[in-house]
Design a protein. Structure first.
Length: 142
């Protein structure tokens, strides 16, 4: 079974209508058929519900749609991985790549530590990380 690291932007593309949702949905079907295992760092559990809550707060979606999206997220089979070296690896990546935000580096660090691809809907993250690793894939370029 292959393992793929997911970042919050890709998961959000499955839960809300985003520009890259069609590509993300197609990839999800492909991965499900191939029985791919999904992993993410612990912060995914804070980032995704936060974005969903913000979408409700800004009336982008209704409260009911927010509840449904949240329940869909909770039901996703995403293994939370928090290796001992994750924080230190993310910190080093932030320095090497001069990253403006460290939380994105947790996803890249996990992909490196797990020796798996990181898939994202965040083009800026994909471009930034490409200076360091070939493990990051942008859903819009597949």
């Amino acid at each position: 079974m292959s393992v793929i690291c997911l970042d919050a932007s890709l998961v959000i593309s499955w839960l809300l209508e985003e520009d890259l949702s069609p590509q993300a949905d197609a990839k999800l079907e492909e991965w499900r058929a191939a029985d791919v295992e999904f992993v993410a760092p612990h912060l995914l559990g804070a980032e995704v519900p936060s974005v969903l809550r913000q979408a409700v707060h800004r009336s982008r979606i209704t409260v009911e749609e927010g509840d449904e999206a949240y329940q869909s997220f909770v039901g996703m089979r995403i293994g939370i991985r928090q290796p001992d070296r994750l924080l230190a690896q993310a910190w080093e990546l932030g320095k090497v790549l001069d990253a403006p935000r460290l939380y994105d580096m947790h996803y890249v660090a996990l992909a490196e530590l797990e020796h798996c691809e990181l898939w994202t809907a965040d083009r800026r993250l994909a471009n930034l990380a490409s200076r360091r690793t070939k493990l990051v894939r942008w859903i819009g370029g597949s």
